[in-house]
Design a protein around this ligand. Structure first.
Ligand SMILES: Cc1cn([C@H]2C[C@H](O)[C@@H](COP(=O)(O)OP(=O)(O)OP(=O)(O)O)O2)c(=O)[nH]c1=O
Length: 197
């Protein structure tokens, strides 16, 4: 079973870089799924559902057996799910909600294979400094927030907004590396230390 190829069902350059960072050989198969939350769906259920749907969607499209990783990241404040900002006004609203307080980043990773479905979900707390309207407007102009959940990138310019983080940094960026490695190891999918031995 471990001889099957590993596919990352993602178009996110961050996820590809993170998986490469831990030396896991993989191929890419991005998928496009509907990301609308269901009525009354709670953030962690939503995030896990999307991670699983991304992996399953890739599995349905592939013509050969494989292990497939799918992942999803959601920013949550007061129980409200913040997706990617669609325009500057929405981005301003999002960052004003995050300014001067803590919020949660929920990231799920799903592993799907022949007769296998496994999920891990990680919640990380991030504390933002007070942000001014001028800072938020200038940040939008950089182009960084547009494709990021919650409208910011902790690994980028927005690092200067972050006073504290409690949890998994890699999960906030898009793929929880500790939990991903656990999943791969559970199913004997080779990582660098196994590949070398
Ligand atoms: C909060 C935060 C999110 N993000 C990114 C990670 C994800 O790429 C994105 C959340 O959107 P997702 O829908 O999770 O992922 P995606 O559409 O970028 O990629 P795919 O579905 O093909 O895997 O936000 C950061 O890069 N830094 C951050 O600090």
């Amino acid at each position: 079973m471990s001889a099957l190829p590993l596919i990352l069902a993602s178009a996110s350059p961050r996820r590809r870089e993170l998986l490469t960072q831990i030396g896991v050989p993989h191929q890419l198969h991005p998928v496009d799924i509907c990301e609308a939350p269901q009525a009354g769906e709670e953030a962690s259920a939503y995030t896990q559902r999307l991670a699983l749907e991304k992996a399953q969607s890739a599995q349905n499209q592939l013509t050969y057996p494989a292990w497939i990783l799918g992942s999803d990241t959601t920013v949550v404040v007061d129980g409200e799910i913040l997706g990617k900002p669609e325009n500057q006004a929405q981005h301003q609203q999002m960052l004003l909600k995050l300014s001067g307080r803590r919020h949660q980043v929920v990231t799920a990773v799903a592993l799907v294979g022949p007769d296998t479905q496994a999920l891990r979900c990680v919640i990380t707390e991030v504390e933002f400094a007070d942000l001014s309207l001028a800072q938020i407007a200038a940040y939008w102009q950089t182009g960084e927030p547009q494709d990021k959940a919650g409208g910011y990138a902790i690994q980028g310019l927005a690092s200067v907004f972050v006073k504290a983080i409690h949890g998994s940094y890699s999960a906030v960026v898009g793929l929880p590396l500790f939990e991903t490695a656990q999943l791969l190891s559970e199913y004997q999918i080779p990582m660098w230390h196994q590949a070398q031995s």
